[in-house]
Design a protein around this ligand. Structure first.
Ligand code: FAD
Length: 283
């Protein structure tokens, strides 16, 4: 299908992009690998498209002290290949390396992925489990949003009209045990289920754990029961069984399902992939 007619505009700065977005009520275009398919299917008819793809101020990866900072326009491929991301947030590098196919990884951006908030996307689950913070710029200025508060519902995030994600910050997880485990859809590679764990482990005991699940739920979701089951445990098989059962409770009965994988299957797989994520983190 062809998209509805649009007006195409290309700003030369973030400030100009925000002004164009606010005055037109249009949509930002980053890598285009979620927006363009949605426009082609006429699920999205933005009227005006503001192409932010050449705003280099939104690109790049840096580390300052204990904070890893990633510009919103940084692609999945750049994140997967970054030594800084591999050192400070290995689960994010691994997740971005498993997104779609090489074309999707080379065009799709972290900011676009988080803003789109597809329940089957990989980065939202990781950014949530790893305690990320999003920097946002809009008509009323700049603000920060915790990943815990950002994902509101299916394809719905805490962004007001005219607002752009400018960068994503993650605390360095160097010294933590973290991993992302994903069951990919065989065709699209989107997550049927994806689980991310980030654990502080002392000796063989888990001092604290953050866990998030995607694919099985309408949005990336903190798995607080699984976190409680892991925290204080020695991460042995009995503890993993408990945590797997707990994450199934976190997903609950109202999870996502489709013709490929129904809700009860995804819920069961959340338990299986939690175990895989913990084992990968410890390996
Ligand atoms: C075949 C295929 C397979 C895929 N497989 C996977 C997969 O396995 N895992 C996965 O995670 N994803 C997958 N994706 C999605 C892909 O990662 C997208 O690129 C990503 O979700 C969106 O990023 P984008 O830069 O392309 O955003 P765009 O498509 O340009 O934009 C998406 C939405 O975000 C908004 N937006 C973009 N940038 C910003 C910003 N900085 N601030 C505010 N709003 C913004 C846009 O206005 C739009 O509403 C797949 C896509 C395709 C086509």
């Amino acid at each position: 299908m062809r998209p509805a007619k649009i007006e195409y505009r290309r700003p030369s700065s973030v400030a100009e992009a925000v002004q164009m977005l606010a005055s037109s009520g249009g949509k930002a275009l980053a890598g285009g690998h979620s927006l363009i398919p949605a426009m082609n299917l006429r699920l999205s008819e933005p009227g005006t498209v503001i192409d932010i793809g050449r705003l280099n101020e939104l690109r790049g990866i840096s580390v300052k002290g204990n904070i890893l900072s990633i510009g919103a326009l940084t692609t999945h491929a750049e994140i997967a290949a970054s030594a800084d991301v591999r050192t400070h947030c290995p689960a994010l590098a691994a997740a971005c390396g498993q997104v779609g196919d090489p074309q999707v990884r080379n065009w799709g951006t972290l900011g676009g992925n988080l803003a789109h908030a597809d329940p089957a996307s990989d980065p939202p689950t990781v950014v949530l489990a790893c305690g990320g913070i999003l920097h946002v710029q809009g008509p009323s200025g700049v603000r920060t949003v915790r990943a815990d508060d950002f994902f509101v519902d299916l394809f719905t995030v805490d962004l007001q009209p005219g607002e752009l994600i400018t960068s994503i910050e993650l605390p360095s997880l160097r010294g933590y045990k973290s991993a992302y485990a994903k069951m990919p859809h065989p065709a699209s590679r989107y997550a049927v289920v994806g689980v991310c764990v980030a654990m502080e482990v002392e000796g063989s005991r888990c001092k604290q754990a953050r866990v998030a699940v995607g694919g099985a739920t309408s949005k990336a979701t903190r798995a607080t029961r699984a976190e409680a089951a892991l925290t204080g445990s020695t991460l042995d098989e009995a503890a993993l069984d408990k945590a797997a059962s707990a994450i199934m409770d976190d997903v609950g009965d109202g999870g996502m399902g489709d013709i490929y994988a129904d809700a009860s299957y995804r819920r069961a797989m959340a338990g299986a992939y939690l175990k895989r994520a913990v084992r990968a983190a410890l390996a």
